[in-house]
Design a protein around this ligand. Structure first.
Ligand SMILES: C[S@@+](CC[C@H](N)C(=O)[O-])C[C@H]1O[C@@H](n2cnc3c(N)ncnc32)[C@H](O)[C@@H]1O
Length: 723
């Protein structure tokens, strides 16, 4: 854990006063504590958090392991509502101390079902600074694997109850340039199903303009560019702030990593600034301590885009310890960190003339003058160092677009061949302030994450504005709106501007009178205000074959007014209904039917007529947990008489809070069941069933757990026999 270049470089940047240096270096060499966040919508999270606070934490206080006392988990002081925790315990203790082992099993189970998110403490900051509200239009530009996306979704869903999801009017687009990693986003977001979510796969620095219907008609199609209220730029970075978690960085660290990423980071931030609404907010963050990736990017962006300012967030999270942003720094122009130049001009002059054009260093790597740094208020950026509160290193800056910023985009006469979206871009750019950005393609050095960016940029149907030679900007292709269906499926010709290399299935909105929708409405007894027109399916033919997704109005409008291939839309909305293809339906030999999915139920529940929801108690839940297909006669009279006369199909059951021996249910629980001729199946995935059982019954009483235990016993018996 030594690297002379790293020490020399950061010493030269004056990131800390001399008397803190030793503590800083020592802390970088220590293992990072485990931190986690209680996830999910507010009400649900608070319930689980109370269990940790009132049951687990007190139980772990005073534990002694191998003669030494072990600290219980503690709440991270600055995280709102005490929903984040820190645990400084060696792995050995987690494995061997009976008290901690039990807590560890609890954490693992709840993490698997998405109620707990293992996340670095500092990584929880950017979404908190974004202050997302349910009506906001939000984009997370570099989102995968999605821990911050999950926090943003939670904020959008702040009004959810324990059993029912709200229908936020806002929007969250989670984007990543790496196609494989966008699937991590889908997995992550399944934990908080949302009709407001879209996942796209673009190079964020050339994110295309999205069209939405407008009351202030902007073009012939009656649309205008969607501008966002909140944007998160958690950009790809060299990641030296994660050195405690990734000690390999000690060996390979080089100042050139940060230098190489500066251009891409600036382009991503600049693109975000162009997509922001007046009064809107951008959070820019990296897990790097290098000013090239941090203040240098912010300074260049502020110079480039008038009408933005840094926001003072110092008092936003009481208890958070940080240092102000740097106002000056010293770029290293090669790996050795031996040579430095006070000004970009001096550096360029030092190069042979034929090498100047190839230089990877650009003017924006160099610091502004002291007066300009003060004017830009770079000190409002926030730097977090490992020794300050036992975390990783981190950088975060909050930018706001002033109400007085140039724009808004207005309709005007356009020269032949020039599209309206170009005009929007032009209006928002101050030609006088344009500066030279890096001409190089997105860097492929550093974390390796930016490789995806290069690939995306290569195959993007781009429009590069002629007036902006160094600034790549993506603009809207004129897409014909499809008011009736909004689908690009069902054998339609590709829309102009379509990206034919994009291979995801199209999105087809179902007609409100589609037979499948009508069947769902009648089976679940959905209310008249059920937004049937917002249900979509995904397959090449546009047939209702497998799953149905629910979206909110803004997501629907976007899908209807934009070519999904050009948007590179990977998924949107949330899966709510699925065709019943399991054993239960097959055994009946009957025609297949749709059922509400357990993960989609919170979204559907507000539309279900309460009278059609079956009531049950803990004893009923126990029977459903202990057997895969309990027959109706196994239930107590009240539930049996309600369920027995029902025909085959999907039903919803509300389990009321109560106690049964040592088991207790503290709040309403609503779950889907499948009723066959004689039996009932609880439609809950195996792991979710086990986690629920642990929470309610204090042990895993599910059939799967019993079978696994039996298998283990059989295995042990045959080993003994063999011996
Ligand atoms: C620091 S990680 C983001 C972590 C994420 N925000 C989270 O909290 O889970 C950076 C991400 O940026 C993606 N990326 C790299 N270059 C990109 C680009 N040009 N456009 C969009 N995403 C990019 C990488 O694939 C990577 O997933």
């Amino acid at each position: 854990m030594q690297n002379e270049r790293l020490v020399k470089y950061y010493r030269a940047q004056n990131i800390l006063p001399d008397d803190e240096w030793e503590a800083f270096m020592n802390s970088m060499r220590e293992l990072l504590p485990t931190t986690f966040r209680v996830a999910g919508s507010r009400q649900t999270a608070r319930l689980l958090n109370d269990t940790i606070k009132e049951t687990h934490a007190p139980h772990l206080a005073g534990v002694v392991f191998e003669g030494e006392s072990v600290s219980p988990p503690t709440q991270i002081p600055w995280y709102p509502d005490g929903l984040a925790w820190q645990l400084n315990v060696a792995k050995k203790v987690l494995r061997k101390s009976p008290e901690f082992k039990k807590f560890h099993n609890f954490l693992v189970g709840e993490t698997e079902v998405g109620n707990i998110s293992r996340q670095e403490a500092v990584s929880m900051l950017p979404p908190l600074f974004l202050e997302v509200e349910p009506h906001h239009r939000v984009i997370d530009m570099c989102a995968a694997p999605g821990s911050k996306t999950a926090q943003l979704l939670e904020a959008l869903h702040a009004q959810d109850t324990v059993t029912a999801s709200s229908f936020p009017t806002g929007l969250l687009i989670a984007n990543d340039s790496d196609h494989k990693r966008t699937h991590m986003l889908i997995h992550q977001s399944a934990r908080l199903p949302s009709p407001s979510l879209m996942v796209t796969n673009h190079d964020a620095s050339i994110y295309p303009a999205i069209r939405v219907p407008s009351a202030r008609v902007q073009d012939k199609a009656g649309t205008e560019q969607l501008l966002f209220d909140r944007i998160l730029c958690d950009v790809p970075c060299s990641g030296d702030g994660t050195i405690r978690k990734n000690p390999g960085i000690w060996k390979h660290w080089s100042p050139m990593d940060g230098n190489g990423l500066h251009g891409l980071q600036l382009r991503i931030l600049e693109r975000a600034m162009r997509m922001l609404q007046k009064g809107g907010r951008i959070v820019y963050s990296t897990c790097s301590m290098n000013p090239m990736e941090n203040e240098a990017v912010i300074a260049a962006a502020l110079r480039l885009m008038p009408g933005f300012e840094l926001v003072d967030m110092a008092k936003h999270l009481p208890g958070l310890v940080f240092r102000p942003g740097l106002s000056s720094w010293q770029p290293a122009v090669d790996r050795s960190v031996d040579v430095s130049f006070a000004k970009y001009g001096d550096y360029i002059q030092s190069l042979p003339e034929n090498k100047r054009a190839e230089s990877k260093m650009v003017e924006s790597h160099w610091p502004p003058t002291p007066a300009e740094a003060e004017e830009l208020r770079l000190n409002l950026c926030m730097r977090i160092y490992p020794h300050l509160q036992d975390t990783g290193g981190f950088f975060v800056a909050v930018l706001q677009k002033k109400q007085s910023a140039p724009g808004p985009p207005v309709a005007r006469e356009l020269p032949e061949g020039k599209r309206q979206a170009d005009a929007v871009e032009d209006l928002e750019t101050s030609d006088g302030k344009k500066m030279k950005l890096s001409d190089e393609p997105p860097s492929r050095t550093g974390t390796g994450e930016e490789e995806g960016a290069g690939a995306a940029a290569d195959d993007m149907p781009l429009d590069v504005s002629a007036e902006q030679p160094n600034i790549i900007s993506a603009v809207a292709a004129p897409v014909t709106p499809e008011p009736a269906k909004g689908s690009t499926g069902k054998g339609k010709k590709a829309t102009k501007g379509a990206d034919l290399s994009f291979k995801e299935n199209p999105f087809t909105f179902l007609k409100a009178d589609d037979p499948a929708i009508r069947a769902c409405i009648s089976q679940l007894n959905l209310k008249p205000d059920f937004p049937a027109a917002n249900m979509l399916i995904r397959n090449p033919t546009g047939e209702t074959v497998r799953s149905m997704y629910m979206t909110n109005d803004i997501v629907r409008a976007i899908v209807e007014h934009n070519d999904y291939t050009r948007m590179r839309l990977v998924t949107c909305g949330t899966k709510v209904m699925g065709k019943q293809e399991g054993a239960a339906a097959k055994r009946e030999g009957a025609e297949s039917q749709f059922r509400v999915l357990s993960e989609g139920l919170p979204v559907m529940l507000p539309y279900v007529e309460p009278a059609s929801i079956l009531s049950a108690d803990l004893a009923t839940l126990k029977v459903m947990m202990e057997s895969y297909y309990p027959v109706c006669s196994q239930f107590q009279e009240r539930f049996r008489s309600a369920v027995e006369p029902k025909g085959q199909g999907c039903y919803i059951v509300r389990f009321a809070p109560g106690r049964l021996g040592t088991a207790s249910l503290t709040h309403d629980l609503v779950l889907p069941i499948w009723k066959s001729t004689v039996s009932v199946t609880l439609m809950l995935e195996k792991k979710a069933k086990s986690a629920l059982s642990l929470r309610v019954f204090g042990e895993d009483i599910t059939t799967a757990a019993r079978e696994a235990a039996q298998k283990r016993r059989d295995g042990e018996a045959s080993t003994t026999e063999g011996a």
